[in-house]
Design a protein around this ligand. Structure first.
Ligand code: UDP
Length: 239
């Protein structure tokens, strides 16, 4: 890989242009932020662990028929990924009630609803990523109804595949946030990351939090927990 050209630096990742046509290099950082940057810290080794975890998860999805932007892990912190224009909303998939949904609706964390819940949130730090619905997304020109139907179907498949994978690792997949993008030829693919920064993972044996809530809620052992998630996944996937 020749010299990389900085395209964008976010809170947890840096995107570089590279010499592979139609591809970018994504570098995972040790920076942790929460509550729209009010809480910040550097967590040693987080970049490496998140790169490893996201590479394993997106590689697993690729090999199970879910198209993602992930091509290969290049080194400890970097991935080669396909370019895609990111859609301006996030999809949140919830198997167990937690976090903002528990708060907003006055529900106890840990309740398991009858059905899987899908939320859409507009990506806007200024507005606090507000919850939107399909009609908002279409009216705002973010997606068509057909694209939304495809996105829900892919999200449901991702959920089924990942619940099974994490279950084998002794972890309950409580909820997660994913993003989609359109490639140059218009294909919808999964983009961004799948890491303990973007999902909730509860240890099945102890109920211990194994995700970013350890940082958000000052539960300690953030680094060790991310390392444990990486090691359990590697064990299952024989990586
Ligand atoms: N999430 C995320 N980025 C966001 C918002 C949420 O990765 O901008 C993830 C979060 O880590 C959790 C899930 O999406 O796994 C649901 O988050 P929730 O709506 O409960 O919000 P939070 O409790 O994080 O405020």
């Amino acid at each position: 890989m020749k010299e990389l050209k900085l395209l964008y630096e976010g809170n947890s990742k840096i995107i570089y242009g590279c010499d592979v046509d139609g591809h970018v290099v994504i570098r995972f950082k040790d920076d942790a932020t929460a509550f729209y940057n009010i809480k910040r810290a550097i967590i040693e080794n987080k970049g490496k662990m998140n790169c490893r975890i996201s590479s394993m998860v997106l590689g697993y999805l690729n090999s199970h028929g879910v198209a993602t932007h992930f091509v290969e892990q290049l080194n400890d912190t970097d991935q080669l990924c396909r370019c895609a224009k990111h859609m301006a909303f996030e999809v949140i998939v919830r198997n167990v009630i937690a976090g903002s949904m528990a708060k907003r609706l006055g529900l106890d964390e840990g309740l398991t609803p009858e059905n899987v819940i899908f939320d859409l949130c507009l990506k806007s730090d200024e507005l606090g990523d507000p919850l939107i619905n399909d009609h908002h997304a279409v009216a705002l020109g973010l997606a068509t109804y057909d694209e939304l139907a495809t996105i829900y179907a892919i999200s449901a498949k991702i959920n089924t595949l990942l619940c099974e994978l994490f279950d084998k690792a002794g972890i309950s997949l409580v909820d997660f946030k994913i993003e989609f993008g359109r490639t140059a030829v218009g294909d919808l693919i999964l983009v961004d990351e799948f890491t303990p920064d973007t999902c909730r993972l509860w240890d099945k044996a102890t109920g211990e939090r194994m995700d970013k809530d350890r940082f958000r809620r000052d539960l300690g052992h953030v680094r060790e927990t991310y390392e444990e998630v990486a090691s359990r996944l590697a064990n299952i996937l024989k990586k």
